[in-house]
Design a protein around this ligand. Sequence first.
Ligand code: SAH
Length: 512
Amino acid sequence: MSGGTRAGFVSLVGAGPGDPGLITVGGAARLAEADVIVYDRLANPRLLALARPGAELIDVGKTPERHTLSQDAINALLVEQARAGRRVVRLKGGDPFVFGRGGEEAEALVAEGLPFEVLPGVTSAVAAPAYAGIPVTHRGLASSFAIITGHEDPAKDDSSIDWAKLATGVDTLVFLMGTGRLAEIARRLIDNGRAPATPAAVIEWGTLARQRTAIGTLATIDVAVRDAGIAPPAVTVVGEVVRLRERLRWFDTRPLFGKRVLVTRTRQQASDLSRALAARGADPVELPAIEILPNADPAQLAAAIDGLKTSAYGWCVFTSANAVGTFLAHLRDAGLDARAFGRTQIAAIGPGTAEALARAGLRADLVPERFVAEGLLDGFRARVMRGQRVLLPHAEGAREALTDGLAAMGAQVDELTLYVSAVPRDPDVEGLRRLRAGEIDIATFASSSSVRNLVEMLDGDITPLRPLLIAAIGPVTAQAVRDAGLEAVVVAETYTIDGLVDALVAHAGTRA
Ligand code: SAH
């Protein structure tokens, strides 16, 4: 879009309650288009990854104690940014119009004649109970619910909340911002006729891996919350529906629930593992320990491509998805596509590599049963390799086992160095901080180089890794962990990302 004279526009976007999967499709699209994103504490910072590169991110982060910017200042900021012709996203936790002061921000824009829209969000008032296994309505138990601010002092006489009607007039009561006044809220409800034995729940950091829930009754809930040390942000639910949690609990019972798991793959490859971990309840913390830097020698590369085109190779062997991606990119640069492989057969070390090939329309002729170099060699042993020319595109410093084994079978192996898997030049500062601060429970490694590189990123000091449960994708990676002076207690039986996650789940099961 052209800049300059175009009118600014503000989208008031609900970020949802915390789980980044709970933003709306429309909200995600607005984030990707925004010139500037104005966000606060309760909007998950991970959503900011949806911003386009170069978008300006402004934290007006509100904590209960410290308002970084006053509401007036936030309103003025939105007006100023929109006037400057920018596409503004105001990202707010939950729903913008549920105790979000989104209405006030909209009023400020209207007063200045500036255009805006509202993208509603999933409110924590419904989502936090849902993730605790508590439906806010339920046939036969609750036909109505109310969302109430707990911020107001229930003791003050001119309270705008009609406690007498609320206490018995609504089945399920959901209080936001009420953790600090729980005792008074409960007393008000009891004084106005709600039974002291009414079940109540307080859910802290709902929908996130750090979610915690305290259960009690109106008479006991404030003590339960104090004992558990529960603090804001938290949602309080009062009503018979709380009993359903016993049967409907689903989120905080997941096998890896609450575990903070370090993901050390490249930024591009991390998301598969992160998603699989999150689906088991874990909190994935991405700290890429690998960056792929292409470093092919042009003459070597040209010779390899020429060999492919002239069908000189009987086999081309890929030992990583990165090798597939890098090699195919070189083919594209040379004006070629998958047809360049012609009659050359293709081997992949495992399903991840085979999948990378499949994405380019290439089917691997050989995927071994064991996803290591030795497994590939077993596969080749069943074939006639004597006199065959084999192209082996791989990373700098790759293991020699494959080359040596193939040579021993009488094959002629052309190694082609494509890339070096280097320590990231720009390490993830937040991930490193959390690791050093002891905020990680489990570390996962999907390659030997990720182990070595992470140790290097820690300046050789493995102290932060010692207390962690370490999981390795296979025996070669486990050996690299041992070489680093640590132990991989969990080693995948199937050397894939799914196998790694399964092994962690199985390990959690044995300790439950
Ligand atoms: N607009 C937001 C509410 C803002 S008021 C929404 O629709 O959810 C802030 C209050 O919301 C907090 O004090 C807390 O009561 C609640 N809250 C927000 N996120 C929460 C979460 N993940 N878990 C529990 N409570 C949350």
